[in-house]
Write a protein that binds this ligand. Structure first.
Ligand SMILES: *Cc1c(COP(=O)(O)O)cnc(C)c1O
Length: 417
């Protein structure tokens, strides 16, 4: 990265960074509305230009002409494993360790249940306090069903001290959804292993934006979303990872026919498929899978280290621009100070954060709001420009100066925030 001047950054400095950005050509591969600055690719990734073409082909040619033959002729049946291989390359998994299926919530249920069964005699599930709600909710639903286990919550900083020999599985988000804090994948996994517990990581906010080294870090289990930084589209299927050394031993309770060793033999009893395929349940949504497949191809064209380098730079510059251009306007950084301790997002606290986000969206700057007071900005390095950050921070300053919380129509929460 070029040296940046010590004086306040000017828009020309940002334009200069854009000109030198090796990832700049990727922006054209997305459909992004001209009148919007999109800071929410961590909630719903934008549309890759190759996706409509692919979906058209799947609909018109594959479904339209092949009908049921599409399962073989176009290998629809193989998509969950094929797309899983691609995601595996983005998260440091080895071949045959990832499959695309169901939603993140459902995959959590399956892997948590598999983990409890693999650690009999242990009765605790350890989760990060204040983690993403669905993660804890799924633990609660499962524990209610199986009985005899309990949930233990600990702040992320003291997860390690909260491990003991009663913990069957520890569930942690790799990047905290609200603050953006990046957790220590290697250190916490090793700590869980010292106590004989399994480590289950939620990669919802890291896959596709932060280098993840699942195999190298010895991670046991992981889940993640297809529609966030992977850009698979609204409601895209999720993925799950099981380390190869555990695959034989782990079985999941949603024993649907597509996880059977021989689904089309229509046997009377369930027999789990060998390998990662046993974590499938029912028929995959082919249109959504195809969109995610094409979106993953695009990400795989980029160099992951270059993505991380740009994402760190975007975070550092956003932070600096807010300090320089929004001083005294009530914003406080919500996550760690150092960009390398964050994922690919930066969050700001403001007591009237909800109204501020609504007013920003009216101006075409799209972050999102996470209660009680967080303005969360996703920094997707594939398509965000440094000049976008300058413009977004200028809008943020103007918005704060206008005090939008005085507008009654912006005060009440409605719909998806
Ligand atoms: C977005 C997100 C989810 C979403 O789960 P779904 O089942 O896809 O709705 C789960 N966990 C975390 C940490 C998330 O950020």
């Amino acid at each position: 990265m070029p040296e940046l001047p010590h004086r306040p950054l000017r828009d020309a400095d940002l334009a200069d960074l854009d000109r030198r950005d090796p990832l700049a050509p990727f922006r054209r591969r997305f459909r992004l509305p001209e009148d919007a600055i999109y800071l929410d690719g961590n909630s719903l990734g934008p549309l890759p230009t190759a996706v409509p073409e692919r979906l058209n082909r799947v609909i018109e040619e594959e479904w339209g002409r092949s009908l049921i033959r599409g399962w073989n002729d176009h290998d629809w049946i193989g998509l969950p494993l094929r797309v899983g291989e691609k995601i595996g390359r983005l998260i440091g998994a080895e071949s045959g360790e990832v499959v695309v299926t169901d939603s993140t919530s459902v995959n959590l249920f399956k892997l948590l249940a598999a983990a409890l069964k693999a650690r009999p005699g242990r009765s605790t599930v350890l989760v990060e306090e204040d983690g993403f709600p669905t993660d804890t909710y799924m633990v609660q639903g499962l524990l209610d069903l199986v009985g005899g286990h309990r949930l233990r919550r600990a702040p992320a900083e003291s997860l390690e001290e909260s491990l003991d020999d009663d913990v069957a599985v520890m569930l942690v988000g790799h990047v905290h959804y609200r603050s953006g804090a990046l957790r220590d994948l290697h250190g916490l996994t090793a700590a869980a292993h010292r106590h004989g517990a399994l480590a289950l990581w939620d990669l919802a906010h890291s896959a596709g934006a932060v280098p993840v080294e699942l195999a190298a870090c010895g991670v046991d289990l992981a889940v993640g979303c297809g529609y966030k930084f992977l850009n698979g589209g609204p409601g895209a299927p999720a993925f799950l990872y099981v380390a190869r050394r555990l695959q034989k031993e782990l079985t999941q309770p949603l024993s649907g026919w597509l996880g059977h060793a021989d689904p089309f033999a229509f046997e009377a009893d369930y027999r789990p498929a060998p390998g990662i395929a046993r974590h499938l349940c029912g028929t995959p949504p082919i249109l959504s899978m195809a969109a995610l497949d094409t979106a993953c191809d695009l990400l795989l064209e980029a160099d992951l280290e270059a993505l991380r380098a740009k994402s760190l730079e975007l975070g550092a510059i956003f932070q600096r621009l807010v300090q320089e251009r929004c001083a005294g306007l009530g914003l406080k950084l919500a996550g760690p100070e150092e960009p390398w301790r964050r994922g690919s997002q930066i969050s700001w606290r403001h007591p009237k954060g909800y109204a501020v986000v609504r007013a920003l969206v009216e101006r075409g700057v799209i972050p999102d709001f996470r209660g009680p007071d967080v303005i969360r900005c996703g920094l997707a390095p594939l398509y965000l420009r440094y000049t976008d950050l300058g413009a977004a921070v200028d809008h943020l300053r103007q918005t704060l100066e206008e005090e939008p919380w005085r507008r009654p129509e912006l005060r009440n929460r409605h719909g998806v925030p």
